[in-house]
Every structure is written in C-alpha cells, then in structure tokens.
Write a protein that binds this ligand. Sequence first.
Ligand code: GSH
Length: 256
Amino acid sequence: MQALTGLHLYHAKLSNSSMRVRLLLEEKRLAWASHLLDATKQDNLAESYLRINPTSLIPALVHDGVVVTESSDILYYLEEHFAEPRLAPVEEGERAEMREWVDLAASSHPTTLKPWMYAITGTLTKRPEDMERYRELQSDPDLVAFHQRSLDGFSDEEVADAVERNHAILARMEGGLTEAPWLVGGVYGLADIAWFPNVLLLDLLGFPMSDYPAVRRWLAVVRSRPAAGRAIGSSPFRLPGWLLRPVIRLRKALRG
Ligand SMILES: N[C@@H](CCC(=O)N[C@@H](CS)C(=O)NCC(=O)O)C(=O)O
C-alpha cells in the first residue's frame, strides 16, 4: 500500500459512496488509478482489501500510501489536498452548511437509500455462506444485521420507514433548490457532489419524484456535467415508477 504512488480509488460501479468520490476526482481533473470491486462477488472481503479498509466498506482512497476511508472524509481530503477548482465555500456559515449536507449524505445512507435500494432490487452482497466470516470481520453490528435482513427479507415497516426518510430529505432539498440553483451558497460544490449519486439512484430505480421538480432539474443539470459523464458513464437502467410496486411484490414472492 505504501508503495502506491498517486491516487488509487477502490470503488464499485453502482455504489453511491464511490460515485461521489469519482465525481469529485473528475471535477478536479485528477489522474487516478481505478481498482474496481464487486461487492456481490465479495471482493471487499478479500484479505487484500481488508488490509486497506478493515471495515470492508467501499470506497477507499490511497494517496501516496495514505489510506482514507468513508466517502465524506475522502471528499474533504481531496478538497484539502487538491484545491483547484475550489468546491468548498470559504464563508464559515456556508462551510458549516456544506458539511451538514455532506455528512448527512453519508450518515443517512444506512436508513434511507441503502435499505430501499436493496429491498426493491433484491441486491444481495452477502450470500448465506459469507455471513459467518462477515460476522467475524465486521465490528459494526448494524451492518451485520443489515446484511442478514437483506438475506431474510426486509420488513414492510423498514422499507416504509426508508421511503419516508427519503421523502423527508428530498423535501428538504426541494425547499433549498426552489430558492437557489445549488444546495449551498448559490455555487456548485461538495454538497451537490455528495448528494448527486443518492438522488440519481433513487430516480433511476423509480422512486416517486414528482413532488420535487426543483430536485429533478438540479439532478439533470449535474448529470449533464462532463465530469458526471466520466464519473458515472451512461445510466445502465431506469425503472418507470409504475413498475416499482410490482417489482417489490415479485421480489417478496420469489423469496417466499
Ligand atoms: N459510510 C460509508 C458507507 C460505505 C458503504 O456502505 N459502501 C457500500 C457500497 S455503497 C458497501 O461497501 N457495501 C458492501 C457492504 O456493506 O459489505 C461511506 O460513506 O463510505
């Protein structure tokens, strides 16, 4: 690891936490080496990755041998070390507001996008036979419980709670984006970069977005940025809203 010079990103294609880091790297036009992981193939449980990030979570950045994990911390790290173009506000109040949005994007993930996305797509990143090893490796009991639930099936209450929390955040964003083009200080920056992947994935997977026209406009504008094209590629799928409920029901039926 210490021999790794330059920027190395360990990331996954459809991981929101990885997407926000890729978007920032591309906005800053930094050269970075890609180490693509597939959590459905347990790449993040390989010894080689656990040496980089013992929590097994994706993404992780290695910069000249220094490891940074947690996508929000990676954004702050990159902003601090690669100042141009500046994507964080200077004014104290706006900086605090920016940090609040960025931290919320990462911290709300386990109760908002993640359960909803796993439940409706039937994503399984751990197979039953991986759980014993995962229990030994993973010190966060909430993560172990989450993956167990992804195997057993999420309860209707948990999915409904995630839907409500997603709506609450979108409504808050809608309030801000009705008044201004960007989340903080009228300027595109880290808050927008942190939230773009979460909203993109909600939209692609058919989350009801009709009450949030300003958020949809914002999403389209960020999506059209050349850096977003490089960071995300072309969108691989899009579920129309009307298909959402049948898909959830089908997933449940298939799980018995
Ligand atoms: N708080 C972490 C969350 C990272 C996270 O949950 N990453 C997901 C991919 S989006 C992951 O590693 N999933 C595989 C797993 O939970 O084992 C961050 O923001 O970096």
